[in-house]
Design a protein around this ligand. Sequence first.
Ligand code: NAD
Length: 351
Amino acid sequence: MTTRHALVGCGSRGVEHLQALVAVPGAEIAACCDLDTDRLAESADQFDVPLRATKIDDLAAVGALDLVHVATMPSVRWPAVKALVDLRPRAILIEKPLATLPSEAARMFAACHEAGIGLFVNHQVPWHPAWPRVRRRLQAGAIGRITHVRASSMGSLFEQGSHLFDLLRYLLDDVASLATDSHSATRPWLLAQATGERARLPPHPGPAHTAGVLAVADDWHIAFECGCRSPRWPGTNAYWLNLGIEITGTRGTLGCSTNRGWWLHTPHESHSEARDYFDDDAPAQVAFLQSVVRSLDNPDAHSCGPVQARVSWNCILATQRSALLGRPVDPRDGATDQEITAFRRRLAGHS
Ligand SMILES: NC(=O)c1ccc[n+]([C@@H]2O[C@H](COP(=O)([O-])OP(=O)(O)OC[C@H]3O[C@@H](n4cnc5c(N)ncnc54)[C@H](O)[C@@H]3O)[C@@H](O)[C@H]2O)c1
């Protein structure tokens, strides 16, 4: 299948999208867009891209597009998507995290839905080989009945928390069910605390550090933590690779981290497989893009489409809302702009 692609945002992540597209069969890179003319020229030259634009509106000159990749920082996500909706591509793929405020994400979902444009969020980590191996063993009952889950990232809530909650959705069906209202267990809840106004990577909004509990089942909970004070997972030291999930069950423990690989320990079996994030990420991004291309006509069915992508985003919002209100909240309720703004003011010491 031939598909025509454009990229908005030629920073380091945008270039990784271009590198992956080269390996996607039938993908044509039709246009690149960046405000920064040096970055634009460098990417367009490297990938031999025919149309280069400094304004999103100018992408209209390239004709029909199947997928526009938006790899700007999150503060520019909604304005970029808004401009792209007028161009009517078949679908838009945005980098994580979705946005900086709840209303921006809601507008993106609504504008794309009304225009019949698919919206996908780039959570590619489940396409790394280690995570499906953990999921398969979990589903095969390797550790028995789940009793406890812990999940942490040294990257902040908006930065790596987006991947962390998406991986919880991927591994645990009870978390995935937060995408719909048909949750059959007791009402889910999330209780969190937070500190620090600034994330370590400033274009991602604070809080710098969060810790909390997410309950989606009657008899086990997820303890989560995002921020640079989170404990290191055994493995390489790079702070943003320190993202992992360990699931404990009645018969053992099963886990995976992006700085190490995956492991399974039971009284009868001890197994681990070392993985290198960088070796795995490029092919994972290619496989992820191929899956998006296959789902262009049915984005709701894709695990990073507009239905499932809300799980991670709503958990990010609920973490802040719970920290603001000082009580458990239903993660499906997300938060309002007023709550997130009030929370940021409090973190900054203004209230
Ligand atoms: N999925 C992943 O594993 C992964 C990995 C790294 C980064 N990311 C995410 O990717 C995003 C981008 O990260 P980055 O490090 O490449 O950022 P960056 O700031 O280096 O690059 C963003 C680019 O967007 C351009 N830009 C901004 N506004 C624009 C506009 N209106 N029109 C056109 N271009 C515009 C900027 O000039 C810049 O070149 C972030 O949200 C980050 O969290 C995801």
